[in-house]
Every structure is written in C-alpha cells, then in structure tokens.
Design a protein around this ligand. Structure first.
Ligand code: ACO
Length: 445
C-alpha cells in the first residue's frame, strides 16, 4: 500500500490520441488530449479547455463528465459489471466477507490471513464511541428520522476525535478511516435504540462486524440474544453489496467536501446527507412504501400505467439506474438472499415479495421499461429482506450509509493522496440578468 501515487500510476496518454474541436463561430480548431484508463471508455482531457478556448463545458447531472481518476471501483453499466479493485462483486459477495471488502477498498489488495486478523482486531477495538456522544442523542426528539441523527452524530465525531483530523498525516488519515468504519454500526444501532426508547447496547468484542451490529440493534438487557448465522451472513452480504459504487452522488459529495481540506468526519456527514434523497439511498425505503401502496397484485397494471404517464410524477421505485442499462449485478445477488432470509425465518408467504416478483415480471416485459433499459436496482429487494429481518423502514438508508462509509472513506483517502487533487469548483452556464443598476425601494412602486 502506498500513500502517494507514483508517476507510473498516472493515466496513459498517447500523443497521437487526440480529438479536434472546431469552433464554428471563429473557425479556430483546438486539439485536446485523450486519456486511457486500464479499461472503460477513453476520456477527453478538457482541463486546459477554458484557458485555450475561453469556453466551459455544460453537463448538468455529469452524465459525460469524469470528475477524478480512481483505482477503486469500475462499473460497466451496459454489461452489468461491477468490480472492486478488479474483483467482480458477485465473487466478493459469494466468497468474501465485509471486512475483507473493506480492507480491499481501503488498501487496494485483499488481506493476507494475518492482515485480516489485525484489521478485524482494529475494527473491534474502535467500535465503542465516546460516552459523551450519548448526550448528543438525547438532544434529538424521539421521533427524529435516524438519518437525521446519523448525519448529526457523524458530523459531531470531529469534535471528539481531534487526534485524527490532520488530513496531511497518513497515519491520522488511516486512524480516522478505521474509526469511521468501526463506529458506524454502533452509531447506527444507537440511533435505532434511541428512537424506540430502549437502552443503548454496547458493542461486543467476541462478535464479528455484522453479528455485532445485529446484536446492538436487537439485543435488550433483559434476555440473552443469540445472533442467527443466516441473518448475519445476509447482513454481511448486504454490506458488501453497498460498500462502494464509483462516483455516485454521495461519493461525489464526500470528494467535493474533502477537496476543500475539510476533515473526514465532516466529509462523511456530507455523504450521508446526500445519500438520504429518494433518488439515491432513500430508494429502498420508497420501494417498500410503493409495494405497500400497490397492496395487491391486481393493482400492478394501474401503477405501471402511472409510471409510464409523463404527467404523473410517480416512478417505479427500485427501477432504473443512471449507470446500469442491462442489469444491476447487486440486485441479482439480493434476489437470492431474499429467498434465503425468508426461508430461514419460515416466512412462506410474504405478500410484498409476491407483488415485487410480479411487478418485476410485468415491467421487464413492458416496452416502456425495455426501451429505456430500466431494470430492478439494488434497492428493489433489499427493503423486503431488511423488513423480514426486523428493521423498521426508517433504518434502511442508515444501513446503506453504514456500508457505504467504507467506499466513501476509501475514495476520500484516494483523493487526498492524489497529487493532482484541487478544490472542486464547477462552473456554470449563466442565463440570469446581465449587469443592471440598483433601484432604490422608493422608486420601485
Ligand atoms: N419509473 C418510470 N420511469 C422511469 C424510471 C422509473 N423508476 N426511471 C427512469 N424512468 C424513465 C424516465 O421517465 C425517462 O423517460 P423519458 O426518456 O421518456 O423521459 C427515462 O426513463 C430516463 O430516466 P432519467 O430520469 O433520465 O434517468 P436518470 O439516469 O437521470 O435517473 C434514476 C436514474 C434516478 C435512478 C431513476 O431511474 C429513478 O428515479 N429511479 C427510481 C428511484 C430509484 O430506484 N433510485 C435508486 C437508484 S440506485 C441507488 O442509488 C443505490
């Protein structure tokens, strides 16, 4: 693992590989270099575009814009491929565990046996939070959304762990990363316990990451709690599937915040805020609400019709993805996990799962969805699994944030260690009024 990239790591550019841009207004031509990643589309380097042409590019939603160079995650949305450091997500979810994936994302390689042991020890030892943090929870209303609590508490961590705020010190960067990954289950479970009025449950060092989280969520002081291994494995797999996803909205929020030199705890709080939206991490909560709203299979055509109606804001939640235009590989793993969990819990008939399967079948045959390449995404099945495991809907996005903390902090760390890193500062296409003079209030009528 290196803290600073070497020159050989820089993206390759061949002198003959360029694109030429002609400005029809002036007749001038400009030559722009083209960069090559290790895989994926070629990338036009427009860093000098403004200096040379006096023009900006316009790309709201960043559909054609690469914001950084990264070695962490690769997605081929047309083929439904998701790789972490080169490893397919299906293999990691099938054979690996979340701690291995966390180590991989953070450090670049899968851990050796000893490295994994040490990493798990570190994760265990950092899992308690400063006792003073409990008073922060008490400042929230009991009915506060746990995402609001998670956002606030995570931001507050910077007030407690001042010895890991120096972003220029590699050791402090690593300690902050470990603290965030390790404390997030404790913070998330405390948000839940607070909302239902139960006492906080402390982490246990004899339990593994996902087991420990289930224990902190569902144990009560009055009786022993035994972690169900099928559910713990499903939880671990859900964490793996949500660990990282390239430069999505929340990760970009983390990177943009981090580009100013803000401390890692504040940056992750920014990521949590971004993830909360229903078009991003809030979607699995919205899927369940939608399935409940549909209520019975006979009503599915009515909702499909609404989803296709341009004048109706309704969308099929859990369908469609900015990048995946073939299938979401994570959704396929979760479909299997969903059946495993329901089987383990003896739930033979789950009406919402029946509606979900039928909805998926109808939508995948419908021309509207086929033409627009709209497939179930990772959120389509996760809500049903989490509900069966006993999580309230309001905790779904919290679990997503817990898992994604690994990706966020890995991406943040990579950015800080990138020598080309500069403050993120997009430009705009201004269409407002041009310069005019202030009119005193008395003269404005
Ligand atoms: N239901 C109905 N129509 C849809 C849906 C949907 N879920 N998603 C996209 N469309 C339609 C749009 O109306 C549009 O149709 P048009 O071309 O006739 O105008 C076309 O498909 C393209 O949609 P865009 O909104 O341009 O696609 P974009 O890439 O911007 O949006 C997004 C992707 C936000 C995920 C969108 O598909 C959506 O809102 N899905 C539902 C919410 C959801 O499940 N989010 C979770 C994403 S995964 C994650 O964050 C982990």
């Amino acid at each position: 693992m290196t803290d600073t990239p070497t020159q050989a790591d820089a993206p390759a550019t061949a002198p003959e590989d360029t694109v030429t841009l002609t400005d029809n207004a002036t007749g001038r031509t400009y030559t722009l270099p083209v960069l090559h990643g290790t895989t994926g589309p070629r990338v036009i380097d427009i860093r000098k575009l403004y200096a040379e042409t006096g023009m900006f590019t316009y790309d709201p939603g960043f559909t054609s814009t690469g914001s950084c160079e990264s070695k962490i995650t690769y997605i081929d949305g047309d083929k439904g491929i998701l790789l972490h450091r080169g490893f397919p997500i299906e293999e990691l979810a099938e054979h690996g565990d979340f701690m291995e994936v966390a180590y991989l994302l953070l450090n670049g390689e899968l851990p050796s046996r000893n490295e994994k042991y040490d990493f798990e020890q570190i994760m265990t030892r950092h899992s308690m939070v400063h006792e003073q943090l409990t008073f922060f929870y008490r400042g929230f209303r009991r009915d506060a959304h746990p995402m609001a609590i998670l956002c606030g508490i995570t931001g507050a961590l910077s007030a407690f762990y001042g010895d890991s705020l120096d972003i220029n010190d590699p050791q402090q960067r690593m300690i902050a990363s470990h603290r965030l990954i390790s404390k997030m289950p404790t913070i998330a479970a405390m948000a839940y316990k607070y909302s239902c009025g139960q006492p906080f449950v402390y982490p246990r060092n004899d339990l593994r990451y996902a087991e420990n989280f289930l224990h902190m969520m569902f144990a009560v002081p009055t009786e022993p709690y035994r972690v169900n291994q099928v559910l713990a494995r499903a939880m671990d797999r859900i964490f793996i599937l949500h660990a990282d996803h390239e430069q999505n909205a929340s990760t970009s929020s983390v990177r943009l915040s981090g580009s100013t030199g803000a401390n890692p705890f504040a940056c992750i709080a920014a990521g949590i805020a971004s993830l909360w939206g229903p078009a991003h991490g809030g979607a699995n909560e919205a899927v369940l609400q939608m399935l409940e709203q549909i209520g019975r299979k006979e009503r599915i055509p009515e909702f499909i019709k609404r989803a296709k109606d341009k004048n109706d804001p309704f969308r099929l939640m859990g369908f469609g993805h900015r990048v995946y235009k073939n299938h979401d590989p994570r959704a396929q793993v979760l479909r299997r996990t969903c059946h495993e969990v329901l089987g383990e819990l003896g739930i033979r008939h789950e009406p919402l799962l029946d509606i979900a399967i039928e909805l998926e079948r109808i939508a995948l045959e419908d021309e509207f969805f086929v033409d627009r390449k709209l497939y179930p995404n990772v959120d389509f099945y996760s809500g049903i699994i989490l509900r069966a495991m006993g999580f309230p809907t309001s905790m779904f996005t919290v679990l997503f944030a817990l898992a994604r903390t690994v990706g966020w902090i890995s991406q943040w760390k990579e950015m800080i260690e990138d020598r080309d890193q500069r403050i993120g500062r997009p430009r705009q296409l201004y269409t407002g009024p041009t310069s005019r003079h202030y009119v005193p209030l008395s003269m404005r009528g």
